[in-house]
Design a protein around this ligand. Structure first.
Ligand code: DOR
Ligand code: ZN
Length: 356
């Protein structure tokens, strides 16, 4: 890694190519429209399986992988890392097949009803104990959407309650199962992961580190800032930034970039999800630079995730420069237009190319 400064301020960063450890690219025309944004910035990405219908079998993951590869631009180098969607019907046989295939990087747990395309998720993860045992044996990581869906629990407390009701007993019963708590949003989750076993890690999105929950209501209801888990109060946002820049190897980059067409967001019952792939690495650079910790970005974005997944680190480099990236008001999602994060505004850093 190399950082150039001007008058004591970092202006240019060259570091190992990054990976996105949590990404939604959808399918069909939408997939074709959004994938190039990720390919330009990341060498690999963990691909979420919450399609309609969800990716529940190795065969479906293999076919989806082919459709993704067909959308990689000619000059792009990109490896999609495939996941299976855990349902109550997932069997030990499915996990054995996943392990044999060499194609499945992880299995994703959605609590039924928690978010986009989670209807076929799991109501009680303890119904899946045999499957979790097989994942532990074959060392396939479990990626968790860390919220409870109990309607009696306040919408902003669902992550914290998840830690106590779901994650604590799970880690106790499956001590060798590798678990990634995805897109954490609270100081409680940061502390939990920090104090947790080495088998536990967490991904952090740019949007949860840049916005607090006031952003949902700035001058009116803001559907483009609606995501799951929800944005949280300022103290939590700061705790996420502190975790990301801490250099702790069990916190790493996962954008959760989640494209939805504009009409599906600007609706009486709008979809959860924020599109950040168009500026993902630049937004993280802005966060780290503003925190005076740009030298910690490479570990977070390019090393720690690969280490946790047991994959080799990337060998190429990526270059970012200070200077505004102008974000358009809308982008094409193939199936209509989408409104990207920071629409009509700027990001402080821009991509200056990849090499090697
Ligand atoms: O906001 C979200 N959007 N959170 C998720 O967990 C899913 C995602 C999506 O697929 O749109
Ligand atoms: Zn997600």
């Amino acid at each position: 890694m190399h950082i150039d400064t001007k008058d004591g301020i970092p202006v240019r960063l060259v570091m190992t190519e990054a990976d996105d450890w949590h990404l939604h690219v959808r399918d069909g025309a939408l997939l074709g429209a959004v994938l190039p944004d990720t390919v330009r910035r990341f060498r690999r990405a963990i691909i979420m399986p919450n399609l309609e219908p969800p990716v529940t079998t190795v065969a479906a993951a293999r076919a989806y992988r082919e459709r993704i590869l067909a959308c990689v631009p000619r000059d792009g180098r990109f490896t999609p890392l495939m996941t299976l969607y855990l349902t109550a019907a997932t069997t030990v046989g499915d996990i054995e097949e996943a392990a044999d295939s060499g194609l499945i990087a992880a299995v994703k747990y959605y609590p039924a009803g928690a978010t986009t395309n989670s209807r076929q998720g799991v109501s009680d993860i303890r119904q899946c104990d045999a499957v979790l045992g097989a994942m532990e044996r074959f060392d396939i990581p479990l990626l968790m959407h860390g919220e409870v869906v109990d309607p009696a629990v306040d919408a902003f407390a669902r992550e914290e309650v998840f830690l106590e009701r779901v994650l604590t007993p799970l880690l106790g019963d499956f001590p060798r199962l590798r678990v990634v708590m995805e897109h954490i949003t609270t100081a409680a989750a940061v502390a939990f992961v920090r104090e947790g076993p080495r088998t536990l890690a967490a991904t952090l999105t740019a949007h949860h580190m840049l916005l607090n929950r006031n952003a949902l209501f700035e001058g009116g209801i803001r559907p483009h800032h609606y995501c799951r888990p929800l944005l949280q109060p300022e103290g939590d946002r700061r705790a996420l930034v502190a975790a990301a820049i801490s250099g702790h190897p069990r916190f790493f980059l996962g954008t959760d970039s989640a494209p939805h067409p504009r009409f599906a967001k600007e609706s009486a019952c709008g979809c959860a999800g924020i599109y950040t792939a168009h500026a993902a690495l630049e937004l993280y650079a802005e966060i780290f630079a503003d925190a005076g910790a740009l030298d910690r970005l490479e570990g977070f974005a390019s090393h720690f995730g690969a280490d946790f997944y047991g994959l080799p680190r990337n060998t190429g480099t990526v270059c970012l420069e200070r200077g505004p990236l102008q974000v358009p008001q809308t982008v094409s999602f193939g199936v209509g237009e989408g409104v990207p994060f920071r629409a009509g505004m700027t990001v402080d850093w821009h991509l200056a190319g990849t090499a090697g």
